[in-house]
Write a protein that binds this ligand. Structure first.
Ligand code: ADP
Length: 528
């Protein structure tokens, strides 16, 4: 016997239908690269996406075809998200900050048919065109080209229909070794993820929300915000430029209540605020993820009354995995205790399951004892089964995805990331958490950024060194930093050396690239 309820395929076009019907006039504001600003709304975004669907059909795009974008955050990009899925296609957001060989591999591997791009990336497109073998049509978002292209249509059409398990979006992870790998999201997984994102502990969104997402639409689906935002009918404020002065000005003019970005974005914002005396009085919810949020960042936001969602996730988890949700005894904790909770990576929402297995023996599942660190695995309906074009294999049935992260799980389910399996430092057979060293170093007032890496050591196999960028105008010695670290980490964790540099290398998603840093220090030697 089957249940007797209405069938409603969970297709993401329903999100934009809902937003256009229930929140038609809620605005979508864009600050463009040339400094101009435009305003549209959910009803217009839907109409433009329908027009785009018609225009794509004329190009011969059919179900399952990949439609790529190379673009910053703006309203035309949002239209394209819904237009691409509306024609039954797969939206492929390419990260323009990747290297040429990665860009070549990704577009060819995805077999992209159409590419929509910002004028700012024209040189990149000109350079790569000869290498991209499947793209049949290039459309620039700027100079009137996109508007003219969809402007020739009337929007009188229907979305493509299909199954909720059809693919809708493709994102590649940059990957630290080998070629980038594609994650192919489904309508169903994306919809479940979008609804989950609305929770107070995650994005905390409703119709009063004014969201400025700094996390790019090309990075891990902008954490799903373009989908969740439609479900909640929020006002979006997009900026095609990531200058903190522009962002702060926009936040104040548009009365932004919510913003989302990686820690480096928040850091740049704070620096601008300190230099100019700017405040962000309307901000009430800050989402930080992608790498660990340093303690002082959480303290500063929480002290000014902002609720912080410190989230862990990855492209392979759509990306929501956990957030720093309040624990039942939240109200009994003092401020420092509340920051302690937020500093860890938090707990899962319904729909995500975590476990840690032994780093040397993956068959051994570890206890959630708040002490033992292991390889973190994850499963759930918006977690990857296998990479795009990878063959099905025996591990599919297990449905536990290996995250590549090293973590401790606490008895109440709280996740505490201690490292990535590739970055962990093993000294005399014992693990040292590079993340904890970095967090401790970043709490020193003279430190702008810090990264710990393992260096070969004749006696201990590996010992940590700490690479530090000083804050502009600040002075500090290696010994002073070590003394500061000694207050919060075990003595044998203290780095053998502190090296000062002008900058630490960052990868395509703005995170510290340990691989490049290790390369930079390849010849570095430590003696007994
Ligand atoms: P990439 O591997 O290209 O950086 P992702 O953006 O998918 O791609 O990165 C996912 C990884 O980022 C996670 O596996 C984890 O190592 C790290 N990460 C994400 N959120 C956090 C967080 N809150 N704290 C620490 N690390 C995080």
């Amino acid at each position: 016997m089957l249940g007797a309820m209405q069938d409603w395929d969970l297709r993401v076009t329903r999100l934009i239908d809902h937003a256009a019907r229930e929140h038609a006039a809620r605005e979508i504001v864009t600050h463009w690269a040339d400094g101009s600003e435009t305003r549209t709304n959910w009803a217009e975004v839907r109409r433009d996406a329908l027009k785009m669907t018609q225009a794509l059909r004329k190009l011969g795009v059919t179900k399952g075809d990949r439609i790529a974008t190379l673009a910053m955050n703006h309203s035309r990009h949002l239209v394209t998200w819904y237009g691409a899925v509306g024609v039954g296609g797969v939206l492929h957001t390419i990260n323009p900050r990747l290297f040429d060989d990665q860009l070549e591999y990704i577009a060819n591997h995805a077999e992209d048919q159409v590419l929509l791009y910002d004028a700012a990336f024209q040189p990149l497109v000109d350079r790569m065109k000869v290498k991209w073998t499947t793209i049949k049509r290039y459309i620039c978002f700027d100079n009137g080209e996109f508007e003219d292209w969809i402007g020739a249509e009337d929007g009188e059409t229907e979305w493509a229909s299909g199954d909720e398990r059809d693919p809708c979006m493709l994102c590649y992870t940059s990957g630290t070794t080998g070629n980038p790998k594609g994650v192919l999201y489904q309508h169903r997984s994306t919809m479940l993820h979008a609804i989950t994102g609305l929770q107070p502990a995650i994005f905390d969104m409703d119709a009063t929300t004014v969201m400025l997402p700094v996390v790019p639409m090309f990075h891990a689906a902008s954490w799903g915000l373009p989908w969740s935002g439609a479900a909640a009918g929020i006002k979006f404020v997009f900026s095609a430029v990531n200058d903190p002065a522009v962002l702060c000005d926009l936040m104040n003019r548009e009365k932004v209540t919510h913003s989302a970005g990686v820690p480096t974005v928040w850091l740049a914002t704070f620096q601008h605020m300190d230099a100019t005396g700017t405040t962000l009085p309307t901000l009430r919810h800050a989402i930080i993820g992608g790498s660990a949020a340093p303690r002082f960042m959480l303290e500063r936001l929480m002290q000014s009354g902002v609720n912080v969602a410190h989230a862990w996730g990855m492209t392979e988890t759509s990306p929501i995995g956990t957030t720093g949700a309040k624990t039942f005894d939240w109200a009994d904790k003092d401020f420092a205790g509340q920051v302690d909770i937020k500093q860890m990576q938090g707990r899962v929402p319904f729909g995500v399951e975590l476990r840690c297995v032994d780093l040397d023996d993956p068959a051994k599942v570890l206890l959630r004892d708040g002490q033992t660190s292991g390889a973190l695995q994850v499963r759930g309906p918006w977690v990857i089964k296998r990479y795009f074009k990878a063959d099905a294999d025996a591990t599919d049935a297990e449905q536990w995805f290996d995250t590549g992260d090293v973590a401790i799980l606490h008895p109440d389910g709280t996740l505490q990331l201690t490292d990535r399996t590739k970055d962990v430092i093993k000294s005399g057979g014992e693990w040292i958490s590079s993340v904890e060293l970095e967090n401790a170093a970043m709490s020193h007032p003279a430190v702008a950024e810090a990264a710990a890496i393992g260096i070969y050591h004749p006696k201990w196999d590996e010992r940590p060194i700490l690479v530090v960028v000083k804050k502009a105008g600040a002075e500090v010695s290696g010994d002073e930093i070590k003394a500061h670290l000694a207050q919060s980490v075990a003595k044998w964790w203290l780095p053998d050396a502190v090296e000062f540099v002008d900058q630490i290398p960052h990868g395509g998603t703005g995170k510290v690239s340990k691989k490049d840093l290790r390369e930079q220090f390849r010849e570095y030697t430590l003696t007994d």
